[in-house]
Design a protein around this ligand. Structure first.
Ligand code: GLV
Length: 325
């Protein structure tokens, strides 16, 4: 009898075929999330779960699934899962790092360029039929090349963002809880600085941290006031890393020049103050959303799930200590 797994959303055919070849799949096809009560009911007899960041897998959900051995998130972030509760129950949690690094870094740059050079405002201007003639003073933005980029979170994605910045001849500062090794700093031309120095000296501040108690509201009024009035904030990590209400105030009162966001504090809600501001670019959490990468993420999540169920080491566990027990 193949192991029973629940998949909370239709995945690309390649990933579905892999799952169906190795497990008995109970699929919630979407497009809406599986309601919590249904999730708990359908998970009761399952050994594996492949889920998305919109599925909240907390202690209550886990306790209703006595046979569960693995929760495979189709995402690099896993703040939707109570990993401590899973670990206590001996459940392996996996995520999808690496496969989305370059795509997310690409999109960070799309946000950065869009806000600095006012691409979205320009698009709106043309569509509104306002482009009557070439205008000398139309939509002046900020240069990107030669400026200072400040990166919070110098993991895989932060480093991939830095690598691209070299092509723009930028000075690169970074801050993290752990300093990168000297070889990585040299290769990327990146300088480790404290948080205040990064905020004060950067023209673009970009966030690439995981969401944790330490990074919740990493950027709030105090930090926004430390940034240059000409600087921009980019966030493609997790919404709660930024205090959104204080960001709105900063943008309205000109403490900083602009922001570009892919994620929101209470997703999918967006602070209403952001919606009316012209100096903000807003994206619907799509940094990893290229066709190629979403396929790789789905496939990796299924590989993680079936590996655990087959007694093998999954490629990318979040709590490997469970495997050693
Ligand atoms: C997306 O936000 C992810 O964590 O993969």
């Amino acid at each position: 009898m193949p192991p029973r797994i629940l998949i909370t959303r239709s995945l690309p055919p390649e990933a579905m075929s892999l799952a169906q070849a190795r497990a008995a799949v109970d699929l919630h096809p979407g497009p809406h999330s599986l309601p919590r009560a249904d999730l708990i009911a359908r998970l009761k007899d399952k050994a594996g779960l492949v889920c998305l960041i919109t599925d909240t897998i907390d202690a209550e959900v886990l306790s209703g699934a006595p046979e569960l051995k693995v929760v495979a998130n189709v995402a690099v972030g896993y703040n939707n899962i109570d990993v401590a509760a899973a670990t206590t129950r001996g459940i392996v949690v996996t995520n999808t790092p690496e496969v989305l690094t370059e795509t997310t870094a690409d999109f960070t740059w799309a946000l950065l360029m869009a806000v600095a050079r006012r691409v979205v405002e320009g698009d709106g201007y043309v569509r509104a039929g306002k482009f009557g003639r070439w205008e000398w003073e139309l939509l002046w933005g900020a240069d990107v090349h030669g400026k200072t980029l400040g990166i919070f979170g110098f993991g895989r994605i932060g480093k991939a963002v830095a690598r691209r910045a070299r092509g723009f001849g930028m000075r690169i500062l970074y801050h993290d809880t752990v300093r990168a090794d000297a070889a990585a700093e040299r290769e990327l031309g990146a300088t480790y600085v404290d948080k205040t120095t990064l905020l004060k000296e950067s023209d673009f501040v970009t966030l690439h941290t995981l969401l944790s108690p330490e990074t919740r509201h990493l950027i709030g009024a105090t930090e926004l006031r430390q940034m240059k009035r000409t600087a921009y904030l980019i966030n493609a990590s997790r919404g709660p890393c930024v205090n959104e209400a204080e960001l709105v105030q900063a943008l309205k009162e000109g403490w900083i020049a602009g922001a570009a966001l892919d994620v929101y504090e209470e997703e999918p809600k967006v602070h209403p103050g952001l919606l009316s501001l012209p100096n903000v670019v807003l994206a619907p959490h799509i940094a990893s959303a290229s066709r190629e990468t979403r396929l790789r993420m789905a496939t990796l999540a299924v590989e993680n799930c079936v590996a655990v169920l087959e007694g093998k080491t999954p490629p990318t566990p979040v709590n490997p200590e469970v495997l050693r027990k």
